[in-house]
Structure formats: C-alpha cells, structure tokens
Design a protein around this ligand. Structure first.
Ligand SMILES: C[S@@+](CC[C@H](N)C(=O)[O-])C[C@H]1O[C@@H](n2cnc3c(N)ncnc32)[C@H](O)[C@@H]1O
Length: 202
C-alpha cells in the first residue's frame, strides 16, 4: 500500500514538473516575438560543429587580430571555444533571443576578447568582421546575403552551416555525408556585387 501511495505521489510530482517545463518553454517562445519568423536557438552540434571550429581555428592560427562574428549566436556554441583558444582575436556574437544571449554572456563573463549583444543582426555593423558564422533558415539567406555582400569588407569569409546562400558561389563545401551535415565557405568579393544586388539594397 505504501509503495502504491509512493508511486502515485511520484507520478504527480513528475506530471507537475512536466507542466512547469512545458509552460516555461511556451512562455519563452511567447515573449520571443520573432520566434514565428526566425530560426529557433538550435546550436551547431556533433561532428559538423567540431569541423567548423577546427576549420576556423586553422585560419585564425595563421592570421593576426581577426574579428569573428556569429550572426544569430545562440548559446555561444561556436564562438566560446574559439575565443578561449585565441585570446588575441576578437569575437562578437549577435543574438536576438533574451535567454540564449543571457546564457552566452554568463558563459563569457571571465573572457575579455568576446562580447555578446542582444540585437537584431540586420541592424548590426559587420564592416569589421573577417569571419562571419551563419546558421539560419533557407528563407533568411537571400536577405543576409545582401547584407554581407554590401556591408562586409572584401575577403570576409562566411562559414554557413547547413543552409547555403543561393546567390553566391561557395569557395569550398564540406560535407559529412548528407545535405544537412554540410557547411559552406564563401568569400565576400565586392567586384561580384551586381546592379541587381545594389538596387535590391535600396
Ligand atoms: C540555428 S541558431 C544558431 C546558433 C549558433 N550560431 C550556432 O551555430 O550554434 C540561430 C540563432 O539565430 C538567432 N536569430 C535569428 N534571427 C536573428 C536576428 N534577426 N537577429 C539576431 N539573432 C537572430 C536565433 O534566435 C537563434 O538563436
């Protein structure tokens, strides 16, 4: 009998916990007004994450004083390990979501070479970036492509996880098997900025 009562109590506690977790997730998305039109804070993960970090680390090891930006930095998954490894380079994360940005700031609290801003990246200044990370949605890619091609400097490298930029030709494509386990590297080249892109900007 005691065991039966214990199981009932346990079941009640578990269902209450479940309701609290589901409500917290619901409240988070409700207050994150951009949720419906923007990608959720799903971090880069697994082998693709390791591969991107290693790839960028090999570039940073050969260069001095680089500025690395992550537009939609989520929980700081890509920037934090690189910032730890390269104290002489500068890292900037732009994240709209309140909670992911707060968590990123907390994780970076003891580091001097990394800053997270809670901002819409379409309003951010990207002109000083040497390397930019993008892990967004297909439908956002044309708009972010225009921003990068017109505002980033010549030679800026774009590391794009999973969803390619439709109007740019990748310099390199790294695939770990399937389409969704692929990242693309683009280089901003101002001479490729055609009339169509410029008029779209206006
Ligand atoms: C798929 S996650 C990628 C996170 C991180 N870059 C990574 O690779 O682990 C995309 C992030 O972009 C953020 N985001 C989407 N649109 C944004 C915007 N306009 N301004 C700032 N952040 C945005 C979302 O809140 C989300 O956290």
């Amino acid at each position: 009998m005691n065991l039966f009562l214990f199981l009932i109590l346990l079941l009640q506690i578990l269902s209450m916990l479940f309701i609290v977790v589901i409500s917290a997730i619901g409240i988070y998305f409700f207050f994150n007004s951009q949720f419906l039109s923007n990608p959720p804070p799903v971090p880069s993960s697994g082998k693709i994450k390791t591969k991107i970090i290693d790839d960028v680390a090999s570039v940073l090891a050969k260069r001095k004083k680089q500025v690395v930006m992550d537009l939609g930095s989520g929980w700081g998954t890509l920037l934090l390990p690189l910032a730890r490894k390269f104290p002489n380079h500068r890292f900037i994360g732009i994240e709209y979501g309140f909670i992911p940005c707060l968590v990123s700031k907390f994780r970076a609290r003891k580091m001097k070479n990394i800053t997270f801003y809670r901002q819409n990246f379409f309003n951010s200044n990207i002109s000083k970036a040497d390397i930019i990370f993008l892990f967004l949605w297909t439908r956002m890619m044309p708009k972010i492509s225009k921003k990068c091609q017109s505002e980033a400097k010549e030679g800026t490298l774009l590391y794009v996880n999973r969803f390619p930029i439709p109007d740019m030709k990748a310099k390199r494509e790294v695939s770990l098997g399937c389409k969704y386990d692929t990242y693309y590297i683009y280089e901003v080249q101002k001479r490729h900025l055609n009339k169509k892109t410029l008029s779209a900007k206006k």
